[in-house]
Design a protein around this ligand. Structure first.
Ligand code: NDP
Length: 347
């Protein structure tokens, strides 16, 4: 169905992803537009608001409900540990929410965000762009139709050299409190969530090894912190029906991202799996032979915002909802627990 109108979105936090990817994606879509922008930097707020015909707001103004009529929904794009505050504000104002991954830094806070939206009767979507990616969606239906037989194994990696860009060691991603962890929370969530999506199942237990080192070294040993900012993490996850998941995420090393699903009758492998922009390579190997497709995909972030807006306009609950985001935060909490204790942790 083609609903009438558009959903006007308040973008909260004008950081890299919001300005460079999400705002252009919102503007490019059919069902969403930018109605307000919220920033701690008044000049940036003015400038970005001017570019998009939107209302500039400070965090205080947003919290106090200034210009609430200028938007119908809120996109939360701040550091992980602050998402809850902005979700609560949105729910208080009766606004629908699309919140960046991971949903929050801890299970407790993610739960509070889900509850706030449920109590207010507003939509909460976790911004898992992979679930809106046409290549991933097509593979999901291929796998669920038995394209590779019975799945037996899922493997994946996301390595993102966090210090290679313009941000130095004082960035929030390396602050275990603001980020809720390290590589796992930031990039490990991609192979984890995408595998859960493709298998349509959640792990029942996890084992893990993690390593924290140099730039993140002073926080892991803090006795008051139950978490540590992992530079590398390696996870074994036990899915139903004996399916094994094996994921690795890193904040250093050569950038790479891939995902492979193995089944009784074949396998699918996705290269450049989690990089924004939809330039994927997919190799499908079955008894019928091998097919490789390169450079396929679409701007999945545009798809994601259009999907969210379409859900809001039609009153449809989104698939990557708050519970989906909460489940990953809980699994990642179990992974940290497993890495710290060396024990298998059941969920
Ligand atoms: P940035 O550091 O580039 O931006 C975060 C913005 O949040 C800042 O620019 C700032 O905006 C605002 N902010 C508010 N409080 C703080 C604080 N205490 N410290 C730092 N910034 C603060 O991060 P990203 O854009 O890379 O990430 C933002 C969110 O988006 C995260 O949750 C991240 O996981 C997610 N993300 C998702 C991606 C995806 O592919 N879906 C890709 C990249 C990130 P201002 O100056 O306007 O106040």
């Amino acid at each position: 169905t083609d609903p009438e109108g558009t959903v006007s979105i308040a973008v909260v936090g004008l950081g890299n992803y919001a300005r460079n990817v999400s705002i252009p994606a919102i503007e490019a879509g059919d069902y969403a537009e930018v109605g307000a922008v919220v920033s701690g930097d008044p000049e940036k707020a003015e400038r970005v608001a001017d570019e998009h015909g939107a209302v500039p707001l400070s965090y205080e103004g947003y919290a106090e409900g200034e210009a609430v009529d200028a938007y119908d929904a809120v996109y939360v794009a701040t550091p992980n540990r602050i998402h809850l505050d902005q979700i609560r504000t949105a729910a208080d104002h009766g606004k629908h929410v699309i919140c960046e991954k991971p949903l929050e830094a801890t299970t407790e806070r993610a739960t509070a965000g889900v509850d706030a939206c449920e109590d207010a009767g507003v939509t909460l979507m976790t911004a898992y762009r992979m679930q809106a990616d046409p290549v991933i969606r097509a593979l999901g239906s291929f796998v669920s139709r038995g394209g590779i037989g019975e799945p037996t194994k899922a493997m994946g990696e996301f390595t993102f050299p966090v210090l290679a860009g313009s941000n130095g060691p004082d960035q929030w991603r390396l602050d275990a409190e603001l980020a809720g962890g390290g590589a796992l929370m930031d990039v490990g969530v991609y192979p984890l969530n995408t595998t859960r999506y493709l298998l349509g199942a959640d792990p029942g237990a996890v084992e893990a090894m993690a390593r924290a080192s140099e730039p993140f070294g002073d926080r892991p040993d803090d006795p008051d912190s139950p978490r540590f900012a992992d530079e590398h993490v390696h996870v074994l996850a036990s899915f139903p029906e004996g399916v094994v998941g094996e994921f690795t995420a890193s904040f250093s090393g050569e950038a790479d991202s891939w995902l492979e699903l193995v089944g009784s009758d074949g396998r699918v492998r996705i290269e450049n799996a989690f990089v924004p922009g939809g330039d994927r390579t997919v190799r499908v190997t079955t008894g019928d032979g091998e097919v490789e497709l390169s450079g396929i995909g679409a701007d999945e972030t545009r798809e994601e915002f259009d999907y969210f807006a379409h859900c809001v306009l039609t009153g449809t609950p989104p698939e990557p909802d708050g519970h989906d985001g909460l489940t990953d935060v809980a699994i990642m909490g179990a992974i940290y627990e497993a890495a710290e204790s060396g024990e298998r942790v059941t969920l």
